[in-house]
Design a protein around this ligand. Structure first.
Ligand code: GDP
Ligand code: ZN
Length: 335
Protein backbone atom coordinates (compact mmCIF):
# COMPACT_ATOMS: atom_id res chain seq x y z
CA UNK A 1 0.00 0.00 0.00
CA UNK A 2 1.33 3.45 -0.90
CA UNK A 3 0.85 6.25 1.61
CA UNK A 4 1.27 9.86 0.52
CA UNK A 5 1.23 12.94 2.69
CA UNK A 6 2.74 16.20 3.83
CA UNK A 7 4.88 16.68 6.91
CA UNK A 8 7.50 18.94 8.43
CA UNK A 9 11.18 18.09 8.79
CA UNK A 10 11.97 18.11 12.51
CA UNK A 11 15.46 16.63 12.49
CA UNK A 12 18.25 15.77 10.14
CA UNK A 13 20.78 13.10 11.04
CA UNK A 14 23.61 11.93 8.84
CA UNK A 15 21.61 9.28 7.11
CA UNK A 16 18.00 10.36 7.21
CA UNK A 17 15.39 12.94 8.16
CA UNK A 18 12.71 12.70 10.79
CA UNK A 19 9.32 14.04 9.76
CA UNK A 20 6.15 14.80 11.65
CA UNK A 21 2.79 16.19 10.57
CA UNK A 22 2.77 19.20 12.88
CA UNK A 23 1.25 20.18 15.22
CA UNK A 24 1.08 16.42 15.81
CA UNK A 25 4.25 14.84 17.08
CA UNK A 26 4.58 11.36 15.62
CA UNK A 27 8.04 11.17 14.16
CA UNK A 28 8.92 8.87 11.29
CA UNK A 29 12.06 8.50 9.18
CA UNK A 30 12.46 9.56 5.58
CA UNK A 31 15.17 9.80 2.98
CA UNK A 32 15.41 11.95 -0.11
CA UNK A 33 14.34 10.45 -3.35
CA UNK A 34 16.22 11.64 -6.41
CA UNK A 35 17.47 15.16 -6.75
CA UNK A 36 15.59 17.64 -4.63
CA UNK A 37 16.50 21.23 -4.99
CA UNK A 38 14.47 24.29 -4.35
CA UNK A 39 14.67 26.74 -7.23
CA UNK A 40 17.13 29.55 -6.66
CA UNK A 41 18.67 28.08 -3.54
CA UNK A 42 22.43 27.76 -3.38
CA UNK A 43 22.37 26.09 0.04
CA UNK A 44 24.41 22.97 0.64
CA UNK A 45 21.43 21.30 2.27
CA UNK A 46 18.46 20.87 -0.03
CA UNK A 47 16.12 20.10 2.85
CA UNK A 48 16.22 21.85 6.22
CA UNK A 49 14.53 21.60 9.61
CA UNK A 50 11.19 23.38 9.33
CA UNK A 51 10.65 22.53 5.68
CA UNK A 52 7.24 21.32 4.67
CA UNK A 53 7.69 18.33 2.37
CA UNK A 54 5.66 15.84 0.37
CA UNK A 55 6.46 12.22 1.12
CA UNK A 56 5.40 8.81 0.07
CA UNK A 57 5.94 5.44 1.63
CA UNK A 58 5.21 1.88 0.69
CA UNK A 59 4.08 -0.23 3.61
CA UNK A 60 2.42 -3.59 4.00
CA UNK A 61 -1.17 -3.52 5.17
CA UNK A 62 -1.14 -2.61 8.82
CA UNK A 63 2.62 -1.93 8.64
CA UNK A 64 4.46 1.30 9.39
CA UNK A 65 7.37 3.30 8.13
CA UNK A 66 10.61 2.20 9.81
CA UNK A 67 14.29 3.03 9.57
CA UNK A 68 14.70 -0.01 7.31
CA UNK A 69 11.73 1.07 5.26
CA UNK A 70 11.74 4.88 5.43
CA UNK A 71 9.40 7.21 3.64
CA UNK A 72 10.73 9.11 0.63
CA UNK A 73 10.72 12.90 0.45
CA UNK A 74 9.49 13.71 -3.02
CA UNK A 75 9.23 17.52 -2.92
CA UNK A 76 9.97 20.53 -0.73
CA UNK A 77 7.36 23.25 -0.50
CA UNK A 78 8.47 26.86 -1.00
CA UNK A 79 9.78 28.36 2.25
CA UNK A 80 7.96 31.23 3.92
CA UNK A 81 11.31 32.33 5.34
CA UNK A 82 14.53 30.81 6.61
CA UNK A 83 17.70 31.55 8.48
CA UNK A 84 20.96 30.77 6.78
CA UNK A 85 24.61 30.68 7.68
CA UNK A 86 27.60 30.81 5.44
CA UNK A 87 29.68 27.67 5.59
CA UNK A 88 32.86 29.71 6.08
CA UNK A 89 33.76 33.35 5.82
CA UNK A 90 35.31 32.90 2.44
CA UNK A 91 33.01 30.53 0.70
CA UNK A 92 29.79 31.53 -0.92
CA UNK A 93 28.21 28.31 0.17
CA UNK A 94 25.50 28.54 2.71
CA UNK A 95 23.64 26.23 4.97
CA UNK A 96 20.00 26.65 5.89
CA UNK A 97 19.62 26.39 9.65
CA UNK A 98 15.83 26.31 9.73
CA UNK A 99 12.84 27.48 7.73
CA UNK A 100 9.23 28.57 8.17
CA UNK A 101 9.93 30.32 11.45
CA UNK A 102 7.40 32.40 13.33
CA UNK A 103 10.04 34.06 15.44
CA UNK A 104 13.72 34.14 16.29
CA UNK A 105 14.55 34.59 19.96
CA UNK A 106 18.00 36.10 20.29
CA UNK A 107 19.21 35.30 23.79
CA UNK A 108 21.71 37.69 25.39
CA UNK A 109 22.82 38.71 28.87
CA UNK A 110 24.26 41.83 30.46
CA UNK A 111 26.24 39.58 32.76
CA UNK A 112 28.56 36.84 31.57
CA UNK A 113 28.91 36.53 28.60
CA UNK A 114 28.13 40.20 28.19
CA UNK A 115 26.27 41.02 25.00
CA UNK A 116 28.25 42.65 22.22
CA UNK A 117 25.94 45.07 20.49
CA UNK A 118 27.52 44.92 17.00
CA UNK A 119 27.10 41.14 17.10
CA UNK A 120 23.46 41.41 18.18
CA UNK A 121 22.83 43.98 15.47
CA UNK A 122 24.19 41.62 12.84
CA UNK A 123 21.81 38.91 13.99
CA UNK A 124 18.96 41.39 13.86
CA UNK A 125 19.90 42.46 10.34
CA UNK A 126 19.95 38.83 9.25
CA UNK A 127 16.49 38.31 10.72
CA UNK A 128 15.28 41.35 8.76
CA UNK A 129 16.90 40.10 5.56
CA UNK A 130 15.19 36.74 5.88
CA UNK A 131 11.90 38.07 7.19
CA UNK A 132 11.92 36.38 10.57
CA UNK A 133 10.46 38.55 13.36
CA UNK A 134 13.10 38.88 16.09
CA UNK A 135 12.62 39.10 19.85
CA UNK A 136 15.48 39.81 22.23
CA UNK A 137 15.60 37.77 25.40
CA UNK A 138 17.60 39.32 28.20
CA UNK A 139 18.34 36.28 30.33
CA UNK A 140 19.83 36.00 33.84
CA UNK A 141 17.83 38.99 35.07
CA UNK A 142 18.14 37.54 38.60
CA UNK A 143 21.73 38.77 38.52
CA UNK A 144 20.95 42.35 37.61
CA UNK A 145 21.21 44.25 40.85
CA UNK A 146 20.97 48.06 41.10
CA UNK A 147 24.45 48.40 39.61
CA UNK A 148 22.95 47.16 36.34
CA UNK A 149 20.06 49.62 36.29
CA UNK A 150 21.69 52.07 33.97
CA UNK A 151 22.97 49.46 31.55
CA UNK A 152 19.67 47.67 31.47
CA UNK A 153 17.73 50.81 30.78
CA UNK A 154 20.15 51.86 28.06
CA UNK A 155 19.85 48.43 26.47
CA UNK A 156 16.07 48.55 26.47
CA UNK A 157 16.08 52.08 25.07
CA UNK A 158 18.30 51.08 22.19
CA UNK A 159 16.38 47.98 21.13
CA UNK A 160 12.83 48.93 21.96
CA UNK A 161 13.61 52.23 20.28
CA UNK A 162 14.59 50.28 17.17
CA UNK A 163 11.30 48.38 17.36
CA UNK A 164 12.39 45.06 18.85
CA UNK A 165 10.59 43.54 21.83
CA UNK A 166 12.90 42.90 24.78
CA UNK A 167 11.83 40.22 27.24
CA UNK A 168 13.65 40.01 30.57
CA UNK A 169 13.69 36.51 31.99
CA UNK A 170 15.59 34.28 34.35
CA UNK A 171 15.95 30.61 33.58
CA UNK A 172 17.18 30.23 37.14
CA UNK A 173 14.32 31.83 39.10
CA UNK A 174 11.60 31.38 36.49
CA UNK A 175 10.91 35.09 36.22
CA UNK A 176 9.30 35.91 32.89
CA UNK A 177 9.12 32.26 31.85
CA UNK A 178 5.31 32.08 31.90
CA UNK A 179 5.11 34.94 29.47
CA UNK A 180 7.77 33.41 27.24
CA UNK A 181 5.94 30.08 27.31
CA UNK A 182 2.80 31.79 26.16
CA UNK A 183 4.58 33.59 23.31
CA UNK A 184 6.15 30.33 22.16
CA UNK A 185 2.76 28.62 22.13
CA UNK A 186 1.55 31.33 19.77
CA UNK A 187 -1.23 32.49 22.09
CA UNK A 188 0.46 35.71 23.18
CA UNK A 189 2.45 38.32 21.30
CA UNK A 190 5.83 39.42 22.69
CA UNK A 191 4.32 42.70 23.92
CA UNK A 192 2.03 40.69 26.21
CA UNK A 193 -1.17 41.17 24.22
CA UNK A 194 -3.30 38.30 23.02
CA UNK A 195 -2.63 36.93 19.54
CA UNK A 196 -6.00 37.37 17.91
CA UNK A 197 -5.01 35.18 14.99
CA UNK A 198 -4.05 32.25 17.19
CA UNK A 199 -4.91 28.97 15.51
CA UNK A 200 -4.45 25.75 17.51
CA UNK A 201 -4.05 23.71 14.30
CA UNK A 202 -1.09 25.73 13.15
CA UNK A 203 2.41 24.88 14.41
CA UNK A 204 4.22 27.89 15.90
CA UNK A 205 7.94 27.48 15.43
CA UNK A 206 10.57 29.59 17.20
CA UNK A 207 14.31 29.64 16.68
CA UNK A 208 16.58 30.07 19.70
CA UNK A 209 19.94 31.61 19.08
CA UNK A 210 22.70 33.13 21.17
CA UNK A 211 26.34 32.58 22.00
CA UNK A 212 27.25 29.73 24.23
CA UNK A 213 26.83 30.52 27.94
CA UNK A 214 23.85 32.89 27.68
CA UNK A 215 21.56 30.18 29.03
CA UNK A 216 19.79 28.77 25.98
CA UNK A 217 19.73 25.21 27.27
CA UNK A 218 18.66 26.39 30.72
CA UNK A 219 15.84 28.37 29.17
CA UNK A 220 14.63 25.49 27.08
CA UNK A 221 14.59 23.26 30.16
CA UNK A 222 12.73 25.98 32.07
CA UNK A 223 10.10 26.05 29.32
CA UNK A 224 9.71 22.30 29.36
CA UNK A 225 11.63 20.18 31.87
CA UNK A 226 11.20 17.09 29.71
CA UNK A 227 13.42 18.56 27.01
CA UNK A 228 17.10 17.79 26.90
CA UNK A 229 18.72 20.17 24.50
CA UNK A 230 21.98 19.06 23.03
CA UNK A 231 25.09 20.82 24.25
CA UNK A 232 28.38 21.45 22.56
CA UNK A 233 29.78 23.48 19.80
CA UNK A 234 28.64 21.93 16.59
CA UNK A 235 29.43 24.93 14.47
CA UNK A 236 33.13 24.14 14.81
CA UNK A 237 32.69 20.79 13.18
CA UNK A 238 30.81 22.56 10.46
CA UNK A 239 33.46 25.20 9.98
CA UNK A 240 36.15 22.60 9.59
CA UNK A 241 34.24 21.08 6.75
CA UNK A 242 33.44 17.82 8.44
CA UNK A 243 30.09 16.22 7.85
CA UNK A 244 27.60 18.99 7.60
CA UNK A 245 24.68 17.05 8.87
CA UNK A 246 23.01 16.76 12.24
CA UNK A 247 22.95 20.28 13.37
CA UNK A 248 19.61 21.53 14.26
CA UNK A 249 16.65 19.87 15.69
CA UNK A 250 13.10 20.86 16.44
CA UNK A 251 11.58 20.20 19.87
CA UNK A 252 7.96 20.14 20.86
CA UNK A 253 7.20 22.23 23.92
CA UNK A 254 4.55 20.55 26.06
CA UNK A 255 2.69 23.78 26.70
CA UNK A 256 2.48 24.50 22.98
CA UNK A 257 4.72 25.51 20.12
CA UNK A 258 7.99 24.20 18.75
CA UNK A 259 11.58 25.29 19.24
CA UNK A 260 14.59 24.95 17.01
CA UNK A 261 17.73 25.17 19.11
CA UNK A 262 21.03 26.23 17.60
CA UNK A 263 23.66 25.07 20.09
CA UNK A 264 27.05 26.61 19.62
CA UNK A 265 25.97 28.73 16.74
CA UNK A 266 28.00 31.91 16.96
CA UNK A 267 25.87 33.80 14.60
CA UNK A 268 24.27 33.45 11.31
CA UNK A 269 25.79 34.89 8.24
CA UNK A 270 24.84 37.67 5.97
CA UNK A 271 24.66 36.59 2.43
CA UNK A 272 25.17 38.97 -0.46
CA UNK A 273 24.14 42.27 1.02
CA UNK A 274 24.91 45.29 -1.10
CA UNK A 275 26.31 48.36 0.66
CA UNK A 276 23.28 50.48 -0.13
CA UNK A 277 20.95 47.77 1.15
CA UNK A 278 22.37 47.43 4.65
CA UNK A 279 20.60 50.44 6.17
CA UNK A 280 17.25 49.19 4.90
CA UNK A 281 17.55 46.30 7.35
CA UNK A 282 17.81 48.67 10.31
CA UNK A 283 14.06 49.43 10.55
CA UNK A 284 14.53 52.76 12.31
CA UNK A 285 17.05 53.91 9.67
CA UNK A 286 14.84 52.77 6.85
CA UNK A 287 12.06 54.89 8.26
CA UNK A 288 14.21 57.98 8.79
CA UNK A 289 15.85 57.64 5.36
CA UNK A 290 12.61 58.59 3.62
CA UNK A 291 13.65 62.17 4.39
CA UNK A 292 17.26 61.99 3.19
CA UNK A 293 18.03 64.53 0.47
CA UNK A 294 19.77 61.97 -1.73
CA UNK A 295 18.70 58.51 -2.79
CA UNK A 296 20.55 56.31 -2.43
CA UNK A 297 22.16 57.76 0.66
CA UNK A 298 24.79 55.85 2.61
CA UNK A 299 24.02 58.00 5.67
CA UNK A 300 27.72 58.78 6.11
CA UNK A 301 28.93 61.93 4.34
CA UNK A 302 25.87 63.13 2.39
CA UNK A 303 24.41 66.55 3.17
CA UNK A 304 20.79 66.62 4.22
CA UNK A 305 20.92 63.09 5.64
CA UNK A 306 17.90 62.48 7.84
CA UNK A 307 19.46 59.40 9.44
CA UNK A 308 22.45 61.38 10.67
CA UNK A 309 20.10 64.08 11.95
CA UNK A 310 18.11 61.46 13.83
CA UNK A 311 21.30 60.08 15.39
CA UNK A 312 22.37 63.57 16.47
CA UNK A 313 18.98 64.24 17.96
CA UNK A 314 18.98 60.90 19.76
CA UNK A 315 16.01 59.45 17.86
CA UNK A 316 18.26 56.73 16.47
CA UNK A 317 20.72 55.26 18.91
CA UNK A 318 24.35 55.95 18.39
CA UNK A 319 25.14 52.29 19.10
CA UNK A 320 22.94 51.04 16.30
CA UNK A 321 24.33 53.64 13.91
CA UNK A 322 27.82 52.65 14.86
CA UNK A 323 27.03 48.96 14.17
CA UNK A 324 25.74 50.07 10.80
CA UNK A 325 28.98 51.89 10.02
CA UNK A 326 30.94 48.80 11.06
CA UNK A 327 28.90 46.68 8.68
CA UNK A 328 29.38 49.13 5.84
CA UNK A 329 33.11 48.98 6.36
CA UNK A 330 33.21 45.23 6.47
CA UNK A 331 30.77 44.69 3.68
CA UNK A 332 33.49 43.87 1.17
CA UNK A 333 34.62 40.97 3.32
CA UNK A 334 31.30 39.22 3.18
CA UNK A 335 31.25 38.45 -0.47
P1 GDP B 1 23.94 27.83 26.76
O1 GDP B 1 25.38 27.59 26.44
O2 GDP B 1 23.45 29.08 26.12
O3 GDP B 1 23.07 26.66 26.50
O4 GDP B 1 23.89 28.16 28.34
P2 GDP B 1 23.55 27.22 29.58
O5 GDP B 1 22.10 26.98 29.67
O6 GDP B 1 24.44 26.04 29.56
O7 GDP B 1 23.96 28.20 30.78
C1 GDP B 1 25.27 28.71 30.94
C2 GDP B 1 25.50 29.08 32.40
O8 GDP B 1 24.65 30.14 32.78
C3 GDP B 1 25.19 27.91 33.34
O9 GDP B 1 26.12 27.96 34.39
C4 GDP B 1 23.79 28.25 33.86
O10 GDP B 1 23.55 27.73 35.13
C5 GDP B 1 23.83 29.77 33.89
N1 GDP B 1 22.49 30.36 33.73
C6 GDP B 1 21.60 30.10 32.75
N2 GDP B 1 20.48 30.83 32.92
C7 GDP B 1 20.68 31.58 34.03
C8 GDP B 1 19.89 32.56 34.73
O11 GDP B 1 18.76 32.90 34.37
N3 GDP B 1 20.45 33.12 35.84
C9 GDP B 1 21.68 32.80 36.27
N4 GDP B 1 22.14 33.40 37.37
N5 GDP B 1 22.45 31.89 35.65
C10 GDP B 1 21.97 31.30 34.54
ZN1 ZN C 1 20.87 59.49 4.68
Amino acid sequence: MIIKGQATVVKHTGSHYMLSALPGWELFPAVLRGKIRLKGSSATNPVAVGDMVDYEAEVEDGGTVTLENPAAVTAVHPRRNYIIRRSTNLSRQSHIIASNLDRAFLVVTLDFPQVKLPFLDRLLVTCEVYNVPAVIILNKCDLYGPEYDQMREAFRDIYEGAGYPVMEVSARTGEGIDRLTSVISGKTLPDGTENEEYDPCRPYVSLFSGVSGVGKSSLIRALDPSLEPRVGDISDAHEQGRHTTTFYEMYKVQSGGFIVDTPGLRGFGLVDLKKEEIATYFPEMLEASQDCRFTPCTHTHEPGCAVKDAVEEGRISYERYSSYLGMLEEEGKYR
